[in-house]
Design a protein. Structure first.
Length: 84
């Protein structure tokens, strides 16, 4: 079974805002990640993984690139939305 990790999905306009967390294949790198929806409708997306500096810490995060929350919700069980 593939090892996975949860990365925050940050708003591209307001990076301190987290839209939710996306389960992705485990990796130590940054760059482009090809994500294929495992549970819902067929979606293939190239996601931008970068280092984000938040509260004095660096973390790997996915930037939303102006994709609306409805896009992320399509990833079903691989996406946990943050309700604010």
């Amino acid at each position: 079974m593939e090892e996975r990790e949860w990365l925050p999905v940050r708003c591209c306009c307001t990076p301190v805002k987290i839209l939710g967390f996306l389960s992705v294949p485990k990796s130590d790198g940054i760059g482009t990640l090809r994500m294929i929806n495992r549970y819902g409708p067929m979606i293939v997306a190239d996601l931008d993984v970068k280092f984000a500096r938040c509260n004095g810490f660096d973390e790997r995060a996915i930037y939303s690139e102006e994709r609306p929350i409805e896009f992320w919700r399509q990833f079903d069980q691989d996406f946990m939305e943050v309700k604010c």
